[in-house]
Design a protein around this ligand. Structure first.
Ligand code: GSH
Length: 207
């Protein structure tokens, strides 16, 4: 049994849900509520020493860091990364442009700290709008004008990162239509059942 310690609105967990669904791997989801601070509780720190979500238990292992999880799935279950080394380098560069450039400066602890430290002069939403807008503008230029997905015609690692990033962007009012390559790829991704099934609204725990 595969277990994902998950939060429905966590973009890092959302990446892993897409990858698991794409590989048709059934998994058991255990929610860790970020809004009530469950991620900082001893139970979560024991499984994820950085106090983050997600954590993936698979093959007797306990994995942290969503990209490491997806790479592990790619290595052990196939798909999710291109077959050629140049393709893998490009797919990783695209994924890292989101997961290592945009997401870390917009996560809950950073944006809450910015709002508190600036005593309200910078809102969490304005901070996110700045970094997500700037990051997506750069990402747009990294995409080919005719590709179905981020790298070619098969869903891969950067697509797992793009979908949650766009979910977050739209929540703070960024219009994805200003990025034509991203908009086209998102429309193609949204048609896939494995992507639709990973959407936060589909996995939100009943309150
Ligand atoms: N690089 C990590 C990022 C994980 C991460 O930032 N998770 C967020 C939710 S998307 C979190 O747990 N935030 C808690 C916090 O910021 O305090 C990964 O990809 O797994």
């Amino acid at each position: 049994m595969i277990t994902l310690y998950d939060y429905w609105r966590s973009s890092a967990a959302y990446r892993v849900r897409i990858a698991l669904n794409h590989l048709r791997l059934p998994y058991h989801s255990i929610p860790v509520n970020l809004l009530t601070g469950e991620h900082r509780a001893p139970e979560n720190l024991a499984r994820n020493p950085q106090g983050l979500v997600p954590t993936l238990e698979i093959d007797g292992l306990r994995l942290t860091q969503s990209l490491a999880m997806i790479e592990y799935l790619a290595e052990t279950r196939g798909a999710l990364l291109p077959p050629d080394a140049p393709g893998r380098a490009r797919a990783r560069a695209l994924a890292y442009a989101i997961a290592m450039e945009i997401a870390p400066v917009c996560n809950l602890s950073v944006r809450s700290h910015v709002a508190a430290a600036s005593e309200g002069r910078m809102s969490a939403e304005d901070w996110q709008r700045h970094y997500i807008g700037k990051g997506l503008a750069a990402f747009e230029t990294m995409l080919a004008p005719d590709s179905r997905f981020c790298h070619g015609a098969a869903l891969s690692l950067p697509d797992c990162c793009l979908v949650p990033q766009i979910y977050n962007a739209e929540r703070i009012g960024i219009d994805v239509r200003s990025f034509p390559n991203i908009a086209r790829i998102m429309a193609n991704l949204s048609d896939l059942p494995e992507v639709a099934a990973a959407h936060p609204d589909q996995v939100k725990p009943a309150s």
